[in-house]
Ligand binder design. Structure first.
Ligand SMILES: [Zn+2]
Ligand SMILES: [Zn+2]
Length: 128
């Protein structure tokens, strides 16, 4: 169902191995060198970030009209967002361990794919 995003991430995950000693990990956004890289070096979230409308406390000061997904908003209000992979807040430590990965120097600003409110509701009503 939601494999489209994963597919995109995989395509972006191809690295071209530039000859610089430090890389920026595309998973956790931290600098690393190949010597530091290990199967458990990287904590990251394989999922995507969505607005956590369930967390009323996080958004209590916000006009509903003002709630939108935006990098600044994520920084300011990490509790108001959650990862689709683990339902943790945006600033939670990555729920997956793996190698640091590098997908090129430039980090393209991906256009956010925002599901409609209806779709979000459905997604949250997750089956156990
Ligand atoms: Zn996660
Ligand atoms: Zn990493």
């Amino acid at each position: 169902m939601f494999s489209g995003l994963e597919k995109a991430a995989k395509v972006l995950g191809e690295s071209s191995q530039p000859p610089t000693p430090l890389y920026i990990c595309s998973n956790c956004k931290e600098a690393y060198s190949e010597v530091q890289n290990a199967p458990d070096a990287c904590h990251y979230h394989p999922g995507t970030v969505v607005i956590n409308h369930d967390n009323d406390e996080a958004w209590v000061d916000c006009d509903p009209e003002q709630i939108f997904d935006d990098p600044e908003m994520r920084e300011e209000n990490p509790e108001g967002f959650m990862w689709t992979c683990c339902d943790e807040a945006f600033d939670a430590v990555g729920c997956k361990l793996g190698f640091h990965q590098q997908r090129g120097v430039k980090t393209p600003t991906a256009a956010p794919v925002l599901p409609t409110d209806g779709e979000r509701e459905n997604k949250r009503a997750r089956r156990s």
